[in-house]
Design a protein. Structure first.
Length: 425
């Protein structure tokens, strides 16, 4: 089997197919040999509307340096962006740059759709970026694949200061406060207000608590480590918050949790920086804090932390690539990073911007950084996607009563090993 066939087969395993996937893929293959009609340099992003507007302003400024090119952006939701980028690049097409989180790197490197960047950026440039508390730029298999413009993208406890003047510091304190904050006015068993709501049925939103019990999703050899006491205890804690202490909804996905918090029907929510601007626009007096400490272990929950930034399409070469390199330098400059910090509260990735007064004087950003200090890096290996798929059915089965937390941990491990084995054959 030749290399192209191997890549296509591997892509089938990595990608989440949509109904139009094969149509897109075939059409791109057919047109892959067609010469590009314009000198247009496109960036795909998943930025919020206000950030996309700001990016357009920066692209317009940059275009004066290279008037022979047209610079533009196109929005996709994160999963669509990843999938469509892989499909397009495999067909020899696609945008010049993709802006997104670092967990895209593993699958894209294995599929050969992005190119190493270390030969294009000297140590003076790369030395500008943060190494602590987390490396900002993403290296994988000995090569630099992503230049970051922000870091974090992590879960925090967000609280309504009008309902919660001071956030709980421990789970025990959360439960005590929860008994007061949760209000069932008519006694029908369905509270008009919950203490806390979040998308706890999705494994990504449960992972911080695994770290809080001293465990993790991978071991030191990057093998799944889901059949552990820590995983079972984390799941049991979340189950008890809903069913024993009854301070969170019995059923809750992302949209439900978000709506409850925005409607002041939840005093707190666990969510990421993509949500904070919306809460502020809705007039909620929010504060940000660490997810409460686990009393049993004395450990803070550990949300996944990932840089966000730019990867380059493998198909870019020659003079175009040189322009794209200059574009990356411009879009990750201190000035541009801080402009996004100002409008969205993003944590900049360069050392100078990170130390800027704009960051230090913003209470929400400082609190988000405080949470980030106890987070853990998002694994960028392809296996991460299969681990999510393995965790989901068993973990969600706890809340339907199908399995116990201990049984769920065993099932997660078995399925994770199975999916990895099958997809690596």
């Amino acid at each position: 089997m030749n290399q192209n066939c191997k890549k296509v087969n591997f892509a089938k395993r990595v990608l989440l197919f949509s109904p139009v996937f094969l149509i897109i893929f075939v059409s791109l293959i057919i047109t892959a040999s067609c010469k590009k009609a314009t000198e247009k340099i496109i960036i795909w992003t998943s930025l919020r509307p206000t950030e996309r507007e700001l990016l357009n302003q920066h692209l317009e400024r940059f275009s004066t340096r290279f008037p022979q090119y047209r610079f533009a952006q196109l929005f996709y939701a994160p999963e669509e962006a990843r999938t469509n980028f892989i499909v397009s690049a495999l067909a020899g097409k696609g945008p010049a740059l993709l802006h997104g989180a670092s967990d895209n790197i593993g699958p894209m490197v294995e599929l050969g759709v992005i190119q190493p960047l270390e030969t294009f950026f000297d140590s003076t440039f790369t030395g500008r970026f943060l190494q602590k508390p987390f490396p900002a730029n993403t290296w994988f298999q000995g090569h630099l694949f992503q230049i970051a413009d922000r870091i974090g993208n992590h879960l925090c406890l967000v609280y309504n200061k009008d309902l919660v003047p001071e956030p709980p510091q421990t789970i025990a304190e959360l439960i005590r406060m929860g008994q007061i904050l949760t209000v069932d006015e008519n006694g029908d068993g369905r509270p008009e207000r919950y203490a806390l709501a979040w998308n706890y049925t999705e494994p990504f939103f449960a992972v911080p608590f695994i770290g809080g019990y001293g465990g993790w999703i991978f071991d030191e050899n990057l093998q799944p480590s889901l059949n552990s006491t820590a995983v079972a205890k984390a799941a049991r804690l979340i189950y008890d918050l809903a069913n024993t202490h009854q301070i969170i909804p019995h059923e809750c996905d992302y949209e439900i949790a978000n709506a409850l918090f925005k409607d002041r029907a939840a005093a707190m929510i666990i969510n990421g920086p993509w949500s904070w601007a919306t809460y502020l626009q809705d007039g909620i007096n929010i504060g940000i804090a660490r997810i409460p400490l686990i009393d049993e272990t004395g450990l803070w929950p550990t949300p996944l932390v990932s840089p966000m930034g730019y990867v380059m399409n493998v198909n870019e070469t020659g003079a175009r690539r040189q322009v794209i390199i200059e574009l990356i330098k411009f879009l990750t400059s201190d000035e541009v990073q801080l402009s996004f910090t100002e409008i969205s509260g993003s944590i900049p990735a360069s050392q100078n911007a990170y130390a800027d007064s704009l960051v230090n004087s913003n209470e929400l950003i400082r609190q988000a950084i405080d949470q980030m200090q106890v987070g853990r890096p998002m694994p960028v290996i392809t296996e991460m996607r299969w681990v999510w798929d393995a965790m989901r059915p068993a973990y969600q089965g706890i809340f339907t009563g199908r399995v116990s937390a201990e049984q769920a941990a065993q099932e997660m491990q078995i399925l994770a090993e199975k999916l990895i084995r099958e997809n690596r054959q």
